[in-house]
Design a protein around this ligand. Structure first.
Ligand SMILES: [Fe+2]
Length: 155
């Protein structure tokens, strides 16, 4: 059945592409955060191990919301490491960084998703897609808050 929600197919396709980048960034940051939860060491171990766990759980729930918005717009959601690697602006890590470097890389990761979401928001706003605007507003709020909390550990 054709989709008739008041956003034409061309605009829905562009929205799906923009949201796929948000999903890929979020998934890549999810994996990075879980990796750091497993591998962090040092005097801040307990704090960071638990903080990273809260963060990866939140990211894991978020990828589902973004993917399902893409589906509601009528397009397939990306679901492979190959697609995520091609779409994501977040670099993967080699080796195990020191705890402070992990924090720095997570700040950068959250700032990157915030920028990707902000780009997608511009399009969603132009084509009158309020549910996507709402979702992206919530995502930006969480990424910017998390970046602030992580940044504060470095001061
Ligand atoms: Fe765990």
């Amino acid at each position: 059945m054709d989709i008739n929600i008041g956003i034409d197919a061309k605009n829905r396709e562009q929205l799906a592409t923009a949201l796929s980048k948000v999903q890929a960034d979020t998934y890549t940051l999810y994996l990075k955060t879980h990796n750091f939860h497993w591998n962090v060491t040092g005097p801040m171990f307990q704090t960071l191990h638990l903080m990273f766990e809260q963060q990866y759980n939140e990211l894991w729930l978020a990828v589902d919301l973004v993917a399902e918005r893409i589906r509601a717009l009528g397009f397939p959601a990306p679901g492979s490491y190959k697609q995520f690697a091609a779409l994501s602006s977040i670099k993967e890590d080699d080796g195990v960084p020191k705890a402070e470097e992990m924090i720095r890389r997570l700040v950068e990761g959250h700032e990157t998703v915030a920028r990707t979401a902000r780009n997608a928001f511009k399009l969603a706003n132009e084509v009158n897609d309020q549910p996507t605007c709402d979702l992206l507003t919530q995502r930006m709020q969480i990424h910017e808050k998390t970046a602030w909390m992580l940044r504060s550990l470095l001061e």
